[in-house]
Design a protein around this ligand. Structure first.
Ligand code: C2E
Ligand code: CA
Ligand code: CA
Ligand code: CA
Length: 398
């Protein structure tokens, strides 16, 4: 059972380091009092605010019961320097040998389950389900090793895909509005690995932090170079994961990068998915406000695929909506899909947002979306993501 205390950083910042340490000791004591005799190994503490408990001879329902008891037990406030502090935690569970055959693998998949739950809601318990990542533990460990190697040995590749504007009449000129940065791993034996496989592992392991920093630095360097060479592109968009926002330091790193490359913040778009907002806390809000104060734009990515995209639009300061490609496949043939896309575009405009439609593969899809008022389009029809080195030459002729 892997446990992670939520908002610990906030507690540390509001009450001070000493209070934070005392609180963690109290939490550990409470967990131990609760579990005591049932633990088959001493309670372990990981990082600053995570704990791992191991049980012998346990099945899924019994593990879930432990998780629930612990959660209930956390509802009682802690006393820290005469103040009452309320603590919540997320939990992830994994079973030996069903989910992983080694201790390392077991820790890995329990942590993954924890992060899956955390993306959905703070305070949740989740048992690892292999289907959630489609990867057995040994493959995840291998991927994590690949990620380490790629980071250390120049194995990451930056790809860029154009985001365009166009008129709706046929044959109209397409102009480049900006690019999106997309990362790949170039694996010595297995070829190019897709971010859909390794980003979840990067998020669960924390390697998303150096990876995100690498992508940002490469992207800024590319934009500065492209601008020097006369490419008329306004913006570059980066994908940002929840973990990067919660880790802190993103805004400072971006500001320093902009200064180093002599770029205006107005040219930066940060794309976030709903996952980022689920832990609807002050860190997200403050980071968004700081990014906007710097001059960057914020885009809500994969719009329409989550549960509550609409409520986030209402509360958070977005500039751009990116309609997910799952709405586009039949947009030129299915009236209901066309109506849905048109309504989403109209809603974005009513809120004063710019609307991009992703996943355009056909001319007819492009025309339909443009006729419905889309501001920007992105997709294989215009251009696939290209390696940074090729992108400049190709985009100049777009
Ligand atoms: P995304 O942000 O939704 O990125 C768009 C994805 O759609 C890209 O896949 C792109 O290659 C693909 N795509 C573009 N046009 C079309 C089209 O016309 N048809 C179809 N079927 N697909 C199209 P990619 O590059 O494999 O990236 C997958 C996801 O991985 C991204 O989805 C993003 O969520 C994540 N990702 C990629 N790079 C990074 C990164 O540097 N950091 C983080 N945190 N996530 C990243
Ligand atoms: Ca935490
Ligand atoms: Ca994106
Ligand atoms: Ca997307």
């Amino acid at each position: 059972l892997h446990m992670d205390i939520n908002h610990f950083r906030w507690i540390n910042e509001s009450f001070g380091q000493d209070a934070g340490s005392q609180l963690l000791r109290d939490i550990a004591r409470r967990l131990e009092d609760q579990l005591g005799a049932q633990l088959c190994l001493p309670l372990a503490r990981l990082g600053s605010d995570e704990f791992v408990a191991a049980f012998a001879d346990i099945d899924a329902p019994a593990l879930a019961r432990h998780a629930r008891t612990l959660q209930r037990n956390m509802l009682e406030p802690f006393e820290v320097f005469d103040q009452q502090v309320f603590v919540s935690m997320n939990l992830g569970g994994a079973l030996f040998p069903q989910h992983a055959a080694t201790a390392e693998g077991l820790l890995k998949v329990a942590e993954l389950a924890l992060h899956r739950g955390k993306e959905r809601s703070p305070g949740e318990y989740r048992l690892y389900r292999p289907s959630t990542v489609h990867l057995p533990a040994h493959e995840m460990i291998a991927l994590e090793r690949d990620l380490h190697r790629a980071l250390n040995e120049d194995g990451l590749r930056l790809m860029l895909q154009p985001i365009v504007t166009a008129d709706s009449q046929p044959g109209a000129r397409v102009t480049l509005a900006g690019v999106e940065a997309l990362v790949r791993i170039e694996h010595p034996e297995r070829g190019v690995l897709s971010p859909d496989t390794f980003i979840p592992v990067a998020e669960a392991s924390g390697l998303i932090l150096p990876l995100g920093a690498w992508v940002m630095e490469q992207g800024l360097a590319w934009l500065a170079d492209a601008t020097r060479q006369g490419l008329d592109t306004q913006t570059i968009a980066f994908n940002v994961s929840a973990r990067e926002i919660h880790a802190g330091g993103l805004v400072e790193r971006l500001a320093a990068g902009l200064e180093r490359h002599d770029l205006a913040a107005q040219r930066i778009i940060l794309e976030v998915t709903e996952n980022v907002m689920l832990e609807h806390d002050s860190v997200v809000r403050e980071t968004f406000d700081a990014l906007r104060a710097l001059g960057c734009k914020l885009a809500i990515d994969d719009f329409g695929t989550g549960f509550s995209s609409l409520s986030y639009l209402q509360h958070l300061p977005f500039d751009i909506v990116k309609i997910d490609r799952c709405f586009v496949g039949e947009v030129h043939t299915a009236p209901r899909q066309a109506a849905l896309v048109a309504a989403m575009i109209e809603m974005g405009h009513a809120l004063g947002l710019s609307v991009t439609v992703e996943g355009i593969e056909l001319h007819e899809q492009a025309s339909r979306c443009l006729a419905s008022g889309a501001d920007h389009l992105q997709g294989y029809y215009f251009c696939r993501p290209l390696p940074a080195a090729e992108a400049l030459a190709r985009f100049i002729t777009l």
